[in-house]
Design a protein around this ligand. Structure first.
Ligand SMILES: COC(=O)N1C[C@@H]2C[C@@H]3O[C@]2(Cc2nccnc23)C1
Length: 130
């Protein structure tokens, strides 16, 4: 009903705000756009579910997420993929893994600090009812 759409609209506003703040953080520049398959031809052989911050924003606008947990599953792909594709000891791999870990910790800290438990529960109830 209308009240449910009001809740989901507020969820999208919250998720856009979080995602845009991450995209502005210079540490996360490598995560703002899809990895360029022309530059990295084997990327899709290694990484089965690519994800990036611009794709998160598109998904939000396409009403893909009804709960924060669904959003977090896709957001987690970003740093998980980076750890998986860049496992080596060379400085470049270590650098992007450090940033991937910072992304993981930053997303979790924002959600812990800014997501209201009761609001999240209402979203979960809407999801269960559909
Ligand atoms: C989230 O970003 C990444 O996982 N990567 C891995 C790729 C390997 C390396 O860095 C990336 C882009 C790139 N382009 C050209 C040559 N080498 C690289 C970014």
């Amino acid at each position: 009903e209308e009240q449910e759409e009001d809740v989901l609209r507020e969820l999208r506003l919250f998720l856009r705000n979080v995602t845009e703040r991450l995209a502005l953080d210079r540490r996360f520049k490598a995560f703002t756009k899809p990895v360029d398959i022309e530059e990295v031809p084997d990327y899709l052989i290694v990484i089965k579910k690519p994800m990036d911050l611009s794709t998160l924003l598109t998904n939000i606008d396409e009403h893909k997420y009804v709960t924060v947990s669904e959003f977090m599953s896709d957001a987690d792909l970003i740093w998980q993929n980076a750890l998986e594709y860049n496992p080596d000891s060379d400085p470049m791999d270590r650098h992007i893994r450090h940033r991937a870990c910072a992304l993981k910790d930053t997303v979790r800290a924002i959600i812990r600090d800014e997501l209201d438990e009761d609001f999240d529960r209402v979203c979960e109830e809407i999801k269960e009812s559909r």
